[in-house]
Write a protein that binds this ligand. Sequence first.
Ligand code: AHM
Ligand code: MG
Length: 298
Amino acid sequence: MASPNSTVDAVFDAVAATAPEIRAALPGRRVESGTENASGESVLAGDLYADELLGEAITAVDGVGSFVSEERETAVDAGGAVGSGHDDAYAVAIDPLDGSSNLRSNNAMGTVVGVYDAPLPASGRDLVAAGYVLYGPITTMVVADEAGVREEVVARDADGGVDRSVVEADLSLPGTPTVYGFGGRVPDWPADFRAYARSIEDELKLRYGGAMVGDVNQVLTYGGVFAYPALRSASAGKLRLQFEANPVAYIVERAGGASSDGTGSILDVEPEAVHQRTPLYVGNEALIERLEDALDDG
Ligand code: AHM
Ligand code: MG
């Protein structure tokens, strides 16, 4: 389904065009780069390469005024004021290689993209589109915009160009949930979340791969719940609001599911800093309601 927004389309054209190149470069980039990112985490050569390629491709899009990455301290000015009037430009936020610690063990990882109609840090309510690329056995791209949520397969064609085919034009969460995946160490989970997890374990199958994009894609495919909860050692959890939580919440909500930071929709979390973290819970509405009740009682 074509979106009515040509800038959004151009952003995801750029992301899709870059995906086969990022994927092809991963085998040679499993080593640490020797640097830390803005959140103080060590960065792999693959993170930097993906960040560089996506930065070039996205800042070249007409209508993108600002580009911000999980791997960069500050925003890149791409020309044009963001969110200041009717015909202004968008701010694009990316996590270039989400779950990149999976590179060493050769498991799934992805790229997360949020297109905001406001300067960052912005509210999830300012998203006009969000999506992710999943580097699994197949490279897929899920895009949510005002037209709905679609899944495409992205591959290199015979001429070195990019071949895209829509495999699901109107993606929505299955009504009956099947899988769950929760991050962090169990002893580090607060007692109320631990009790919720116990009740979920009785009903659903554990599917946790350690890359949010891969784990959320399982929830979108089979129904269920993904969480990276508030931890006893870190009340804001691990995942970042602008780069990870807002885009994923937007996608899951557009697909008929729900999101929460523990008290309400992630999209309503007040933005305070570009690299701020938040607990993230997404999945079927009934499971997220149960989560909020469980945390309330805790
Ligand atoms: P990253 O963006 O530095 O890769 O970190 C985010 C990743 C998520 O993909 C995933 O949900 C989480 O970290 C897994 O963390 P853990 O290894 O603590 O389970
Ligand atoms: Mg990440």
